[in-house]
Design a binder for this molecule. Structure first.
Ligand code: SAH
Length: 294
């Protein structure tokens, strides 16, 4: 793939796909430089590195303990368990996948979901991310696990991937749709998916019932340099691209315990309040959408 070295005003460099927009260059640099303890220390628990949030009830019994260090360790393990439960829930919706199938993870981050998908289905998983550092990290983990022949991450724009038409039995975005135009994104998934294939996303979206993006949603956008779409936009862009929703699951209530637990930890990033308030006032929702490629 042709790529270029871009230098930022701060002097940091990033290896950016040639067809990427200036905005995508910003996002590549953001993820190249990202090293928040909340992401790395949770991944260190079992070697699955996620950049997404958790779902499910907190196991309070698992958090009990007296010594300070032990408490913190238990909390990290519990947050990580909820993040892996989120990825498992996404994989539950991919449908029947065989060992010979290929899956595509669009916006794969450090590759935690890819590893889980391979471990579950025994199949090939191809990931794309804008960040060369993330792709290197994911590929290094795959080598450590000796699954590099099946799990591969590359630096590529998910709106313009190197994959063949109809190559994938299923594809997904795990918290990566807020960086792109949804029509462009779903056109590319629709191209890469085989007819009858399955597309799944888990994402935060603003709730059309609220009216417009709330101040909390705007704060989240500013924090992550992203553009959260509405639930309505997802369904419209899917309908326009031969993706027919099979399930829409509101995970808002299921993700709140994760956020409330995280807000009490030393790993807070400052954005917890915006997530909790917007989930509670109904302006923001955490959803899974699974769609058939027809
Ligand atoms: N899905 C991963 C990472 C989510 S973080 C996980 O669940 O852990 C968001 C990811 O989207 C980052 O890896 C970022 O590089 C990627 N991303 C954002 N815009 C992209 C684009 N246009 N093409 C490819 N990847 C993109």
């Amino acid at each position: 793939m042709t790529s270029t070295e871009h230098t930022t005003v701060q002097g940091a460099t990033a290896f950016i796909p040639a067809q990427a927009s200036p905005y995508q260059g910003d996002i590549a640099r953001y993820w190249d430089q990202e090293a928040r303890p909340v992401n790395l220390r949770l991944g260190d628990v079992d070697g699955l590195y996620h950049h997404h949030y958790g779902i499910g009830d907190v196991d309070h019994a698992a958090l009990e303990g007296t010594a300070d260090g032990a408490c913190e360790k238990k909390l990290i393990a519990e947050l990580h368990r909820l993040e892996s439960a989120q990825a498992d829930f996404l994989l539950d919706h991919l449908g029947p996948i065989g060992r010979d199938d290929t899956l595509v993870d669009a916006g794969c981050g450090r590759g935690g979901s890819m590893v889980m998908a391979h471990q579950r289905f025994g199949c090939k998983v191809e990931g794309v991310t804008l960040s060369a550092k993330q792709a290197d990290f994911a590929n290094r983990r795959a080598r450590e696990l000796r699954i590099e022949d099946s799990v591969q991450a590359r630096v590529s724009n998910m709106l313009d991937t190197p994959f063949d038409a109809g190559q994938a039995a299923a594809s997904w975005n795990n918290e990566s749709t807020m960086y792109v135009d949804l029509h462009d994104l779903f056109a590319e998934h629709s191209r890469v998916l085989e007819v009858g294939g399955r597309y799944v996303t888990i994402t935060g979206c603003w709730n059309p019932r609220y009216g417009q993006p709330s101040k909390w949603v705007s704060q989240i956008n500013a924090h992550f340099e992203c553009n959260i779409h509405s639930r309505r936009e997802y369904l419209r862009a899917m309908a326009d691209n031969r993706l027919v929703p099979q399930a829409v699951v509101d995970l808002t209530a299921a993700t709140l315990p994760y956020w409330e637990l995280r807000a009490t930890s030393s790993l807070v990033t400052g954005i917890e309040e915006a997530f909790i308030n917007s989930y509670k006032d109904g302006s923001f929702q955490y959803v899974l959408i699974a769609a058939d490629r027809v």
